[in-house]
Design a protein around this ligand. Structure first.
Ligand code: E4P
Length: 219
């Protein structure tokens, strides 16, 4: 399972990469809004910096909400760097735009996927990735992981090539459950990736080894 880091923050990306477990990056307009970016030129420069930090896919989202503007914006974004994946929101215009990008060899990530039917539509037009949102479904008392399971079944039924990139991750548990379902990738804020390291018995074990060594050998 690939681990993408869900942030536009260069420090977090650097830290994630330095641990050695991060395969790529996903951004979205809200995450970009948290960085100190003031104009369109800086947006593209920021994306370029991220792409130069990692030898892996970097999803960057179009802001436009109609087919023609999505096309022109996506084409420009795709030219920033070879690692760029154009992220397109689910919807009629989005699906048409993904079809255009597929036909023109531009890789895509269909975002804001909340149902199996949406996942099917994205795969029909050749999306490279789909991003089903777990946490936002949980937030409205739906079962986000259940959606991931169902999409996995539907895609397996037809040997679909589109990769499942589980998004809107809210815990380390979401990440490990995704691996049991067998998704291709997850994208998560750094804090939940770091939480995967934790287990109280590991901490107790380390302390005990240290104490025993000092007690018997290092007297
Ligand atoms: C990823 O592609 C999404 O933009 C992201 O995971 C959304 O997460 P959130 O629901 O925590 O904002």
């Amino acid at each position: 399972m690939k681990f993408f880091i869900d942030t536009a923050n260069l420090k977090d990306i650097k830290k994630g990469i330095s641990i050695g477990v991060v395969d790529g990056v996903t951004t979205n307009p809200s995450l970009m809004g948290q960085e100190n970016i003031t104009n369109h030129k800086s947006i593209n420069e920021h994306y370029k910096k991220i792409c130069e930090m990692i030898d892996g896919d970097v999803s960057v989202e179009v802001i436009s909400n109609n087919y023609h503007d999505m096309i022109s914006e996506g084409v420009l974004l795709s030219k920033i760097h070879k690692n760029i994946i154009v992220k397109v929101p689910m919807g009629l215009d989005g699906i048409k735009a993904i079809k255009f990008f597929t036909d023109n060899n531009i890789k895509t990530n269909c975002t804001l996927v909340f149902s199996v039917s949406q996942a099917l539509l994205a795969s029909k037009v050749g999306a490279t990735y789909i991003s089903p949102f777990i946490g936002r479904l949980d937030d409205i008392d739906n079962d986000g992981l259940n959606l991931i399971k169902d999409i996995k079944i539907a895609y397996s039924n037809y040997n679909v090539k589109t990769k499942i990139l589980a998004a809107s991750i809210r815990s380390g548990l979401h990440i490990s459950k995704c691996s049991l379902i067998g998704v291709d990738c997850i994208t998560s804020p750094l804090k939940h990736i770091l939480s995967l390291f934790n287990h109280p018995l590991t901490d107790i074990g380390i302390k005990k080894f240290e104490n025993d060594f000092n007690r018997y050998i290092n007297k």
